[in-house]
Design a protein around this ligand. Structure first.
Ligand SMILES: [Zn+2]
Length: 331
C-alpha cells in the first residue's frame, strides 16, 4: 500500500510513539568499560588525547569499577601500564603483574562484576610490538619479523596467569595466527576449562588506535602492525579470521574498530551465531570529544547515536569509553 494510505510519519509523531517502535535498544549491561591500570596509589591521570579517560592506579580503578557497576555496567576490560618493559613481556604474565594485581583487587572488592583481561604483549615489550621480534637475515626484504609461533607460548602463559588472578574472560588482541587454540588448550590444562575466550577476531590495522597508544603507552618503537593486524580493505578475510577463531574455540568474537567497520559487524552478525562484540576505539572517542569541544557537534547526541548504530549493525556488546556516561543517560 502506498501513499496516501501509508504514511510512515504516523509513528514518528511523538516521543512515546518513537520509543514504542524503536528497533534497537541500548542497555548498560551490554557495555564493556575499558580501564588503563598504572602503578602507584591515588593516581588518576587524564590521557591527553582522550579527555575524560584516565590512567588509574589500582585503588582508583576499584572506585571506578564500583561507580560503573552502580550504574549497571557489568563488565570491564583491563589494560596494563607496567613498571618496566623487556623483550619477553614479563609484565604481561608475571604473577604480580599490574593487571593481575588489579584483577585480584577488583574481584575481592566489587561484587558481580565481569573482569575481562586484554591479552597482548605490546604494552609489556620494550619494542611495543604484539609478539616476539626477531631481526631477519638477508635475503629477507623486511628488517625484522614478528615471530608468530614463539609468541603463542607467551600469550598462553599470560592468559593462564590472568585466569589465576580471577579474570573472568580472556580477550586476546594480538592477531597472531593460532593464538585462540593455544590459549584454549593452556587454560584447559591449568584447570580453567570454564573460562571463556572473547577473541579480537577481526582487528584491523587502524589509524583510529592512535590515542589508545598514548593511553596504554604501547606505540611500536619501529615499523607498524600491518604484518599481523588486518588490512582495512578486507571483509572476506575478516570472515576467515572469525571462522578460524571459532574453530579454535573462541566463545565470543569481536570486530575492532567499530564505526568505520559497521559493514564487517553486520556481515559477522549475519554469518556467525556467537555473541558479537564491537570496540568503539580511542580514535572514535577522540573525534567526538574534539568536535564537541569546538561546539561543532552535540556531544551527548552523537555519543548515543554512535552507540545505537554500532548496536543496530549487530553488535550485542560494545566496548566503549562512554560506558559510564551512556549508562547514566539510559537510566
Ligand atoms: Zn598489542
Amino acid at each position: 500500500m502506498a501513499f496516501p494510505a501509508t504514511r510512515l510519519r504516523r509513528l514518528r509523531r511523538t516521543e512515546t510513539l518513537r520509543d514504542l517502535v524503536r528497533e534497537t535498544r541500548l542497555t548498560p549491561e551490554s557495555f564493556v568499560y575499558p580501564l588503563f591500570i598504572c602503578p602507584g596509589t591515588g593516581i588518576r591521570k587524564e590521557v591527553r588525547s582522550m579527555p575524560g579517560v584516565f590512567n588509574l592506579s589500582i585503588d582508583e580503578a576499584v572506585k571506578e569499577v564500583r561507580d560503573s557497576r552502580a550504574l549497571g555496567v557489568l563488565s570491564i576490560i583491563l589494560f596494563g601500564l607496567p613498571e618496566k618493559k623487556d623483550e619477553v613481556a614479563t609484565g604481561a604474565w608475571a604473577e604480580d603483574g599490574i593487571v593481575q594485581r588489579a584483577a585480584r583487587a577488583i574481584k575481592s572488592e566489587v561484587r558481580d562484576v565481569i573482569v575481562m583481561g586484554d591479552v597482548c604483549l605490546c604494552e609489556y615489550m620494550s619494542h611495543g610490538h604484539c609478539g616476539i621480534v626477531k631481526a631477519s637475515a638477508p635475503p629477507a626484504t623486511a628488517e625484522y619479523e614478528i615471530v608468530n609461533d614463539a609468541s603463542l607460548e607467551l600469550l598462553a602463559r599470560t592468559s593462564v596467569s590472568l585466569a589465576r588472578a580471577g579474570v573472568d574472560v580472556i580477550a586476546p588482541s594480538d592477531m597472531m595466527d593460532g593464538r585462540v587454540g593455544a590459549i584454549r588448550s593452556a587454560l584447559d590444562k591449568s584447570g580453567f576449562e570454564n573460562t571463556p575466550i572473547l577473541s579480537y577476531a577481526a582487528k584491523f590495522s587502524s589509524g583510529f588506535y592512535g590515542p589508545f597508544r598514548e593511553a596504554a603507552d604501547s606505540a611500536p618503537q619501529f615499523g607498524d602492525r600491518r604484518s599481523y593486524q588486518m588490512d582495512p580493505g578486507n571483509i572476506r578475510e575478516a570472515m576467515r579470521e572469525i571462522e578460524l577463531d571459532i574453530e579454535e574455540g573462541a566463545d565470543m568474537i569481536m570486530v575492532k574498530p567499530a564505526m568505520p567497520y559497521l559493514d564487517v559487524i553486520a556481515a559477522a552478525r549475519d554469518r556467525f551465531d556467537l555473541p558479537l562484540a564491537a570496540y568503539q576505539v580511542s580514535g572514535e572517542y577522540a573525534m567526538i570529544e574534539a568536535a564537541a569541544r569546538n561546539q561543532w557537534i552535540d556531544r551527548e547526541r552523537v555519543m548515543m547515536e554512535s552507540l545505537f548504530c554500532i548496536r543496530r549493525a549487530g553488535a550485542s556488546m560494545i566496548l566503549t569509553y562512554y560506558a559510564k556516561e551512556a549508562a547514566k543517560l539510559l537510566a
